[in-house]
Ligand binder design. Structure first.
Ligand SMILES: CC(C)(COP(=O)(O)OP(=O)(O)OC[C@H]1O[C@@H](n2cnc3c(N)ncnc32)[C@H](O)[C@@H]1OP(=O)(O)O)[C@@H](O)C(=O)NCCC(=O)NCCS
Length: 178
């Protein structure tokens, strides 16, 4: 497989239309996976997935990686950088580990660290931003562990299962990342 960047146990490669599979689709229809994401409110089809992948690969304003297990090349999730601002040197990060058997083992941390290294060292980005919902403590912990700080909060912004949930914005500067 075409490895673009290597982490310790995972690697990142360009996502391709052929990654649109029943397996990937099952992640988007898994409530446990999507509860911290904007996707999942509406059901997804394979066709939606192909269109989405096409939209991310046809612009330089998004860099979308498939996250793969080094041992078996299994596609276990995606990470993307988008909304690049080349004047202020910022961009936004989005993470999805769809294969739940990989959760809780430090894989998410490894994937974000690998992607930040790429953003700061190869793309010359100064600051990476992200949005995270208050009902996603694992993601908040992961980001804080790496050095992201909360920068803002949209109070009761997200409707989830009969409740309104806060949406936080977090950011990290290149000089705060080891
Ligand atoms: C959120 C997600 C990326 C986490 O990935 P992961 O590989 O399990 O993360 P890691 O193991 O690297 O780190 C998670 C941390 O949160 C902690 N954690 C897990 N569940 C927790 C909880 N309910 N409350 C507090 N902390 C929790 C873990 O213990 C770990 O911290 P530690 O290293 O100090 O022990 C993954 O579950 C995922 O992709 N979920 C679906 C999509 C999503 O929510 N994406 C993020 C959108 S902002």
């Amino acid at each position: 497989m075409n490895r673009f960047i290597e982490g310790e146990t995972i690697y990142l490669r360009a996502i391709e239309i052929t990654d649109a599979s029943e397996r990937y689709l099952s992640w988007l229809n898994d409530e446990e996976v999507t509860k911290g994401l904007a996707s999942g409110v509406f059901p997804s089809t394979l066709e939606d997935l192909k269109k989405y992948i096409h939209s991310t690969t046809s612009t330089r304003n998004t860099v979308m990686f498939a996250v793969c297990d080094k041992q078996n090349d299994l596609h276990i999730g995606n990470i993307k950088l988008d909304n690049f601002d080349w004047v202020n040197r910022t961009c936004e990060l989005g993470l999805l580990l769809g294969d739940r058997s990989y959760w809780g083992k430090g894989v998410g941390t490894q994937v974000v660290e690998t992607t930040l290294r790429y953003a700061f060292q190869q793309l010359n980005i100064r600051k990476v931003l992200l949005a995270v919902y208050a009902n996603n403590p694992a993601a908040i912990r992961l980001y804080e562990k790496i050095g992201f700080q909360k920068e803002g909060c949209l109070r009761e912004q997200i409707f989830y299962k009969g409740e309104y949930i806060d949406k936080y914005f977090m950011g990290i500067f290149s000089n705060q990342f080891a």
